[in-house]
Design a protein around this ligand. Structure first.
Ligand SMILES: [Zn+2]
Length: 167
């Protein structure tokens, strides 16, 4: 069983649902089993926003609810709690997606000679794209020359290694 502290849980929640979600989950971590009405009055967020965020978090398994029936009114009451383990699972899925993208980029950068005009902010081109442009930058018009991407590749490798520790 993976135990995640409150701080990292909230970071993950922020990625999924933004600031409102961080408020709501922060509260539910301290007081599990609150209803949407409780959450709304304690965070002063609109009840509609609270429900929207809770359902979104529920879709990714980050929170769960139990349905109770109000003895007086007979209405259904939802009591919410945070699923910290599922949160970790979700975070790992996100990390794996980022890793895939970085690895594809690394593969591309390592197997393609890149061309660049030297102007900061202008894009880099693969050989075919550079040839089509007759080795002139599309943005600033300066000549494109071979770009040494060793440092960039090294940077990518480090990022990948870092994320692989978390995945
Ligand atoms: Zn340029």
């Amino acid at each position: 069983m993976v135990v995640v502290d409150k701080e990292s849980s909230l970071k993950i929640v922020g990625m999924i649902g933004g600031e409102e979600a961080v408020k709501i989950v922060g509260l539910l971590l301290d007081k599990p089993g609150l209803t949407d009405e409780d959450v709304s009055s304690m965070t002063s967020l609109d009840i509609k926003d609270v429900r929207r965020v809770l359902h979104r978090l529920n879709e990714v398994g980050a929170v769960s609810y139990e349905v109770h029936r109000d003895k007086e009114t007979g209405h259904r009451i939802f009591r919410w709690r945070v699923q910290q383990e599922q949160l970790v699972g979700y975070a790992k899925t996100l990390i794996r997606k980022v890793l895939e993208r970085l690895k594809a980029r690394l593969e591309y950068e390592s197997s393609n000679q890149m061309y660049w005009c030297g102007t900061p902010g202008c894009g880099k081109y693969g050989f075919e794209a550079a040839m089509e442009l007759l080795f002139r930058c599309k943005t600033c018009g300066k000549p494109l020359t071979i770009y040494d991407n060793t440092a960039f590749i090294e940077n990518l490798r480090n990022k990948i290694a870092e994320l692989e520790k978390l995945a």
